[in-house]
Design a protein around this ligand. Structure first.
Ligand code: SF4
Length: 106
């Protein structure tokens, strides 16, 4: 179990590093309906799979809250508070509460 925790922390640190280093992610367009939302999920399944960097790019990750409403993982329906985790199956990655991606939903 401790190994799992350490692995998750390593992945969290790797994502933080990638985002801080200026990785260009597709923050727009934000999916305005379920069809557009599903299309992004399909792209992640087809083009990213388990590739962490591609997931971040297609998902449009940022390491800061987004927009006037300051949307962030913390209030997203996919966020698991105690694990600091994104539970959307196509992403399934450790996240920080102040991060965001364009699959944000409430
Ligand atoms: S779907 Fe995006 S905004 Fe929501 S918890 Fe996952 S990474 Fe964060």
């Amino acid at each position: 179990m401790k190994d799992d925790f350490q692995r998750e922390e390593q992945t969290r640190a790797e994502i933080a590093r990638l985002l801080k280093s200026g990785l260009k992610t597709e923050t727009a367009p934000f999916p305005e309906d379920s069809t557009a939302f599903s299309a992004i999920l399909q792209r992640i399944r087809d083009d990213a799979g388990d590739d962490l960097e591609k997931k971040l790019i297609i998902g449009g990750f940022t390491d800061y809250p987004m927009g006037e409403d300051k949307q962030r993982c913390q209030e997203c329906m996919y966020y698991l508070v105690h694990r600091r985790w994104c539970d959307l199956p196509e992403l399934d990655v450790p996240v920080e509460p102040d991060w965001w991606c364009r699959l944000w939903r409430i």
